[in-house]
Design a protein around this ligand. Structure first.
Ligand SMILES: Cc1ncc(COP(=O)(O)O)c(C=O)c1O
Length: 362
C-alpha cells in the first residue's frame, strides 16, 4: 500500500545542536528541557532520546511523566501545572515527579497526604504574568506552609516571564522576583528560551528552554539561524495532482484565487486536518523541489495549492517542504498571523514522524 506522502521529519542532530546552544547560554545553570505538548509536536519519546543529556524534562501531564519514566529517564521531571486533584499527588510520589505548586489548594493536598512519601516541589511566584503562582503578598505564607510540611522534600522557587521575547523585556518582573526571593536560600528557576537567550541575569539555577530546543526563534526580530538554532521539524509532502488554469479559472473552496494568466498549480497532500493553518493566505511561502513558491487559494482539510509558475519542471511527485529545512516555520507563522509554537504543536496525529534523512531537499 502506498502511504500518503506527508511526513514530519525530526532531526535528532538539530535537537542536540539546539540543546548545546541552550547550554552555552545557560552557563552553570541546569537545563530543564520543556517537552510538554508531545514535545511541541515533535514526539515525546523521540525528542527525549535526542535530548537525553538534559538535566530535567518539564511536562504538563502525568501521562507524559509516566512515559518518560518508562523510557528509563531517572532525572528530574517538572510538572508545570502541578497536581489538579489529590490523586495526582500519589502519582507524583510514585513517579518521583516534581510538581509546580501555584495555588493554596495544592498545598492543602500536600497537607492532607498521609502516605508518608516525600515530594519535592517548585513554588511559583506570580511576578506579573497573572497566569499561575502566588502573588508577592501571599508568597511568604505559601513558602512557610511548605517548609513545615514533613512530606515536602526539596523546594525550588520559580517564576515565568510574560514579555522576555519582546521589547518590554524582563526588568519589572525581575525586580518583583528579586524582592520576593530576597534572603531565601533556595534554588531558583526563571528563564524560558527568550529570557535565556537575551537576559543573562535570569539564568539562576535551572533554565527552562522550550521553543529554542526545537530550532525555532522566540523573537519576532531575530531568526532561529541568527541564534545558531537548527529546525528540528521539517514537514514534507509531495504534489499529488497538477491543474492547468486559464485566465479566469479559480481554485479551491470559495474560488478565492483566480488565475490572471495561464498557469500550473500543484495540489499538495497537506491540509488543516494535518495541522497546517487554514487561515494561511495566498502568498504564504512553500518550497517545491527546493525552490521557493507560494500557496494559492484556501487551504482545505487534506490539501493545499502550490503555485508552480516558477517551476515548469515540477509535477506529480515533486517534493514539497511546508516548513523546516530551507523554510523557517516563523515565515509560515507570520504569513498565517500566528506563531511558530502553534504550528509546531498543531502537527496532527495522522502525520507520522520519522527520522530526518541527511537532507530533505532534492
Ligand atoms: C512555565 C514555563 N516555562 C518554560 C516554558 C518554555 O517556554 P519557551 O518555549 O518559550 O522557551 C513554558 C512554555 O510555555 C512555560 O509555560
Amino acid at each position: 500500500m502506498l502511504s500518503r506522502p506527508l511526513v514530519a521529519y525530526i532531526s535528532a542532530a538539530a535537537l542536540q545542536n539546539n540543546l548545546a546552544v541552550a547550554r552555552r547560554h545557560a552557563g552553570s545553570a541546569k537545563v530543564m528541557a520543556v517537552v510538554k505538548a508531545n514535545a511541541y509536536g515533535h514526539g515525546l519519546a523521540r525528542v527525549a532520546a535526542a535530548l537525553w543529556a538534559a538535566d530535567g524534562f518539564a511536562v504538563v501531564t502525568l501521562q507524559e511523566a509516566a512515559t518518560l519514566r518508562e523510557l528509563g529517564w531517572d532525572k528530574p521531571i517538572m510538572l508545570l501545572e502541578g497536581m489538579f486533584e489529590a490523586a495526582d499527588l500519589a502519582l507524583c510520589q510514585v513517579l518521583a515527579v516534581t510538581p509546580v505548586i501555584h495555588h493554596a489548594a495544592q498545598i492543602d493536598m500536600l497537607a492532607q497526604d498521609t502516605s508518608g512519601a516525600a515530594v519535592s516541589v517548585f513554588l511559583k511566584l506570580n511576578s506579573g504574568m497573572n497566569r499561575l503562582g502566588f502573588v508577592p503578598a501571599e508568597f511568604p505564607a505559601a513558602l512557610a506552609r511548605l517548609q513545615h510540611l514533613p512530606n515536602v522534600g526539596d523546594i525550588t522557587l520559580m517564576s515565568h516571564f510574560a514579555t522576555a521575547d519582546d521589547a518590554t523585556g524582563v526588568v519589572d518582573q525581575q525586580l518583583c522576583i528579586e524582592q520576593a526571593f530576597s534572603g531565601l536560600n533556595y534554588p531558583q528557576s526563571l528563564a524560558n528560551s527568550a529570557a535565556l537567550l537575551r537576559y543573562r541575569g535570569t539564568r539562576a539555577d535551572w533554565v527552562r528552554p522550550g521553543i529554542m530546543l526545537y530550532g525555532a526563534s522566540p523573537f519576532a526580530d531575530q531568526s532561529a539561524a541568527q541564534l545558531g538554532l537548527q529546525p528540528a521539524m521539517t514537514l514534507c509532502s509531495r504534489i499529488i495532482a497538477v491543474q492547468t488554469l486559464q485566465p479566469g479559472d479559480a481554485i479551491g473552496y470559495g474560488r478565492t484565487y483566480v488565475a490572471q494568466q495561464p498557469m500550473r498549480v500543484g495540489v499538495v497532500a497537506c491540509g488543516y486536518a494535518d495541522g497546517y493553518p487554514r487561515h494561511a493566505p495566498t502568498g504564504t511561502p512553500l518550497r517545491v523541489q527546493g525552490q521557493r513558491t507560494q500557496l494559492l487559494g484556501r487551504v482545505s482539510m487534506d490539501m493545499l495549492y502550490a503555485d508552480l509558475t516558477p517551476l515548469p519542471q515540477a509535477g506529480v511527485g515533486s517534493p514539497v517542504v511546508l516548513w523546516g529545512e530551507g523554510l523557517p516555520v516563523e515565515e509560515v507563522a507570520t504569513a498565517a498571523s500566528t506563531i511558530n509554537y502553534e504550528l509546531l504543536c498543531a502537527r496532527a496525529h495522522r502525520v507520522p514522524v520519522n527520522d530526518q534523512p541527511e537532507t530533505v531537499l532534492p
